[in-house]
Design a protein around this ligand. Structure first.
Ligand code: F0G
Length: 354
């Protein structure tokens, strides 16, 4: 029998800055599916694979960076951890903190967190502080708390988060047997694009792969500071996870774009929601709105004729659709509204079978 997946620290320990005696605080994160998409492959006239990060233990890619951040915090003797979040970081942080016996403190923008993510932090026993402000304000607060009080900051400004998240690139290259030609992903606070690029660069430098992909990042049009080249004071998008106006890893994201010969562009909320729906209906992959931003960008680029044929392309979808069912149901079809009696004919009629 093949051995079970051990979580990203044990699977990739030699690539991570941990001494051998650092204990991994893990929920078995990573090892997520790389799913071939016939639909997207046809659209781009190449081969497209979707990296389904919603399959991580708390339903998003954040678990990769949280296993490393919480393991480091424990090793350094921390008793409490703090983060700012649009929801997924807090869901992940509180789960790993609970496991490690650390006190989690969470700062989130008031009223702007998807219900599923709030429920996760609640169930993991966190102190959740809602802030009258946006994510960027919450991050400032978290940094202030970590500076003045004995709490460890576990946002992606903490480099150990990036180390964990870069393992997604390793997995992609391990499965494909090479680096893709192009990697596409959503951009919010810009930690993940930084991490993917670091992972691809390290694998090439070590000779595991012989090339690096171009990196294409996509922001939501209402929260696209990197595309616009200026801070967006009041970011707004249906993709609440990436409602960020002043990304902490802005410069790193620009580096990833420029060194890889890639791009960072933006898509409208309608394009994000359409991509989310199509991914669910065509491929059976249900993601939250922010997670569909890369797919939306890929579709827009294909429609504009910007993708040469024959490429191997990977797209990361970052978080599970069940985290934000309110947005999904707000755009539901008519079928949900039909209520019938217990009657086969009525069911057939309603389903359009006759
Ligand atoms: N997709 C999802 C589902 C996210 O939750 C995030 C970020 C991103 C994409 C963007 O990744 O910030 O590394 O560029 N969520 C953070 C949070 C901000 O607090 O959960 P990024």
């Amino acid at each position: 029998m093949a051995r079970p997946w051990r979580g990203v620290i044990e699977e990739y320990r030699e690539w991570l800055p941990f001494d051998d005696d650092v204990k991994a605080q893990t929920l078995g994160e990573g090892g997520t599916p790389l799913v071939h998409s016939a639909w997207l492959s046809q659209v781009v006239r190449g081969d497209v694979y979707v990296k389904v990060e919603g399959q991580n233990p708390t339903g998003s890619f954040k678990d990769r960076g949280m296993t490393t951040a919480i393991s480091a915090a424990v090793a350094q003797g921390a008793k409490a951890v703090v983060c700012a979040s649009t929801g997924n970081t807090s869901a992940s942080m509180t789960a790993y903190a609970a496991r490690a016996g650390l006190t989690p403190i969470v700062l989130v923008p008031h009223g702007r967190i998807a219900a599923g993510k709030m429920a996760q932090a609640v169930m993991h026993g966190a102190d959740i502080i809602q802030v009258r402000g946006n994510f960027d304000d919450c991050l400032d607060l978290s940094r202030g708390l970590a500076k003045e009080y004995p709490v460890a900051l576990v946002n992606s400004v903490n480099p150990i988060r990036i180390e964990g998240q870069k393992t997604a690139s390793f997995e992609i290259a391990d499965v494909l047997g090479q680096a893709p030609d192009l990697h596409v992903l959503p951009v919010g606070n810009a930690g993940n694009i930084t991490a993917y690029w670091k992972g691809f660069v390290e694998y090439e430098a070590a000779g595991v792969t012989t090339s690096r992909p171009r990196i294409w990042g996509f922001q939501a049009a209402g929260a696209a500071p990197i595309v616009l080249g200026r801070v967006v004071p009041e970011p707004d998008t249906v993709a609440t996870a990436i409602r960020i106006g002043n990304p902490a890893s802005w410069t790193f994201a620009e580096n990833a774009r420029d060194e890889s010969g890639g791009r960072i562009d933006m898509v409208q909320d309608e394009q994000i929601l359409a991509a989310q729906r199509e991914l669910g209906a065509r491929e059976g992959i249900f993601v939250e709105p922010a997670s569909a931003t890369g797919v939306a960008g890929l579709l827009a680029a294909a429609a504009a004729g910007e993708i040469e044929p024959g490429l191997t392309i990977t797209v990361t979808v970052t978080g599970h659709g069940l985290k934000d069912i309110d947005t999904a149901m707000a755009h539901r079809g008519d079928l949900v509204d039909a209520v019938i009696d217990v009657d086969v004919d009525a069911a057939a009629e309603t389903a359009g079978l006759r």
